[in-house]
Each structure stands twice: as C-alpha cells, then as structure tokens.
Write a protein that binds this ligand. Sequence first.
Ligand code: T4K
Length: 410
Amino acid sequence: MKHVDEKTGSIENLEDLVVFGGAPKFRETLHVGKPNIGNREMFFDQANEMFDNLWLTNDGPVLKKFELRLAELLGVRHVVAVCNATKGLEIAAKALRLQGEVILPSFTFVATAHALEWIGIRPVFCDVDPRTHTIDPQKVEALITPQTTAILGVHLWGLPCDTDALAGIARRHGLSVVYDAAHAFFCSHQGRWIGEFGDLEIFSFHATKFFNTFEGGAITTNDDQVAEQARLLRNFGFAGYDKVVSHGTNGKMSEISAAMGLANLPNLGDFIETNRRNLGHYAQGLAGAPGLRLLPFPAGEKNNFQYVVVEIDRDAAGISRDDILTVLHAERVLARRYFYPGCHKMEPYLTCDPDAGKSLPVTESLVESVLNLPNGTAVGADEIRRICDMIRFCTRNGEEITTRLKSIGS
Ligand code: T4K
C-alpha cells in the first residue's frame, strides 16, 4: 500500500485513493453528526443536583429549569421538553387533534412521516422548493382533500419554510400548521426565533444535532391550551395522581437529559461559531469547482449552520454524488446522503403509492444530488481543506474514477 503524506493528505494519482489501493488519509473517521459536548463541570454539577434531589424524571426540577431557560432564550411562552422529536411530533399531532391526512414534504428524515403514520394519520407527500429544500407552498393546495387537517412543514437544514404562504393556505382551508424544527434550533426567520411559528414547532436535541440532550426534543408554542394538552399527553394523560383525562403516552425528558441541555446551553455560541467557520472553509475549498453548489443560508438571519449541504450536478461535475460518496467513505469521511431516497420511496409509503415520485420531481432530483459533509467541533480547517481537495480531485478525474469504480463493482 502506498504511503500518503499524513500532513498534506495530498492525492496526486488515482492510486492514491483508498478505493484504488491507496492509504487512508485520516486516522479517525470523520462524521456528519459527531456530538458537541459542552461544559462538563456544569453537567456533573447538574447531575449531582439530580442525585441529591432523588428525582430522576417526571417533570423534575432540572427539567423545569431547562424548559424555563429555553423559553427565555427563544422568546416563546411554552416549552414542553420531550424524550425525542419523533415522540414530540406524535404528541404535537395529538395535541392539535389532527387526523385523516397531513401534507408534508417527502424530502425529510423518515421520522417526520413515521410519527404521523404511527398514530393513524396518512402522510401526503408534497414537493419542495429547489432553492430552500422546504415544502413548496405552490404545490400544497392541490393536495388538500376533505380529509386534510394540517400542513407539516420542515425547516430543513435550519432553512425556514415560507411561513407566510403556508399560514395563508391554512387560513383559507381551516387547517393547522405544524413545523418540524428538528434542524432549526437557534435559527431565526423574519427576525424572530424559530419556535413560535405555526400552531407549534418541534425541535430535536438528538446526540447528532449541534445542541444535544443525548436524546431529546421540545415542543414550543404560544398557545396556552395546546401547551397544556402537550404536557398532559407527554405524561400518559395524567391530570392528577389518579386522574387520566386523555389518551396520553410516555414522552417525558429525563433529568439527566435536561442536565446535558443546561450544560450545553452556555456553549451554544461557540458551537455555532465553529459551524459557521467550518462552512466558510468549505465555501473556500469548493469555490469554483464545477457542478457543486453549497447551499446558502439567508443573509441577515441567525442560523446554527450545522448542516453543510452540497448539491452535485452530475453532468457539470463529471461525476455522480454516489461515486464521490464511495470515494469519501473509503477515505474515512462519512459524508451522508440525507435524505435519500425520500420518504415516498421507503416503506410503508412506497407500497401504498409506488408512483408518488411522479409528482415530486424536485425531491427526486435532490435525493440524487445532495451530500452532507462533516461539521461541528470534531472537524477543523485542515480536515476540511483535505476533504475539499478530495472532492475537487474527484471532479477533475470524474470520468476515470467512474469507469474504474464500475469495473471493480463499487
Ligand atoms: N425530523 C427531522 C427533520 C429529523 O432530521 C429528525 C432526526 C427527526 C425529525 C427526529 O428527531 P429525533 O426523534 O431523533 O429526536 C440521525 C439521527 O438519529 C436523527 O436524530 C436525525 N434526525 C438524522 C438526520 O440523523 P442517522 O440514522 O443518520 O444516525 P446515525 O446513527 O447514522 O448517526 C449519524 C452520524 O453521527 C454517524 O456518522 C455516527 C455519528 N454519531 C452518532 C451518534 C449517535 C456519533 O459520532 N456519535 C453519536 O453519539 O440519524
């Protein structure tokens, strides 16, 4: 096996690539979702407080502190912390008494659709806007039927949906509006924090998100009644020790997760700054490369910059997204093709409507072209420069790489 300079990681010939027999350029695998860890001392302090309290879950004091801090930060009346965003979506749909059909994008993590399906609501897939990757309001109205009860927008990659257009459609048709804000914690829209748009919004604080509580999430709303419902549903529908008033579930966030959230909050600015800086390095490293478009974030708004999203136009780049992915994975760069192949191509939705893709041309194109690159505190300027060099090498040698990958069956 040939030796590649560990410092420069330079690739001069095809044989330098691991897929063709070269040495790996990185000692450690680089992930898209390596967790950020905040203030450890603060975490252990909170954990000790939890042990001293002998209160481990069920609306405990650490959780209450966490919810209050989030409500203050986001300027929203209610924060209902939950065990994960998937459960949060289910609870949200129940709190709004949704049923029948809900319109949502197919270009999202499958949990957005599964949460509806799990509680007997039919997800109806809508195409997305090619510029923002969020639900296309112009395509929503045609999907509304007498069974439709809501529109579920996803602020994908922290890019806000067209909330004004969706609110208008919802008003005209008497629908609820829910936002899956799993990616959009600490992002703003129209100068306001995401968290108070629509009837409610749901954040994810999963380990792979830039801000995490191990597993976790939160429902946010300015509506007192919706918040009260969400709190009841999160705790089996208990309104008192022996009094169950609704068909609830167990969606509670534990004290240790809330402690992690509190310990991560002071580092929020650092995490975001790291992501922003990294995105700048990617922009620099990929500038001018043919067929590559780094998804831009709206100027003048806050973003967490956690997802580095590149669209690869196969014809212009001279190589497909999937062949670049094969090369990167072999080099220990675990780039991801979120959200391939689109919910409509996953079960049970594929069997229900095998032709759904025909009305989702933008989604069908994005699932073939989007690549997510590693970000967060686990990567820095040097790694990013080397990742970009690899990608540029791929575009310079696209035809040969494609042919050779085909010949070895990759
Ligand atoms: N809505 C949207 C739009 C979402 O994107 C998500 C979740 C949800 C709703 C539901 O939220 P939650 O119910 O999860 O709160 C991951 C996450 O599991 C998922 O939370 C996230 N979206 C999705 C985009 O990504 P996978 O299948 O990619 O996870 P996995 O295990 O492959 O991990 C991603 C990368 O991070 C890997 O390279 C490994 C690395 N990793 C992962 C963990 C957990 C680490 O380095 N350390 C870790 O601790 O889904």
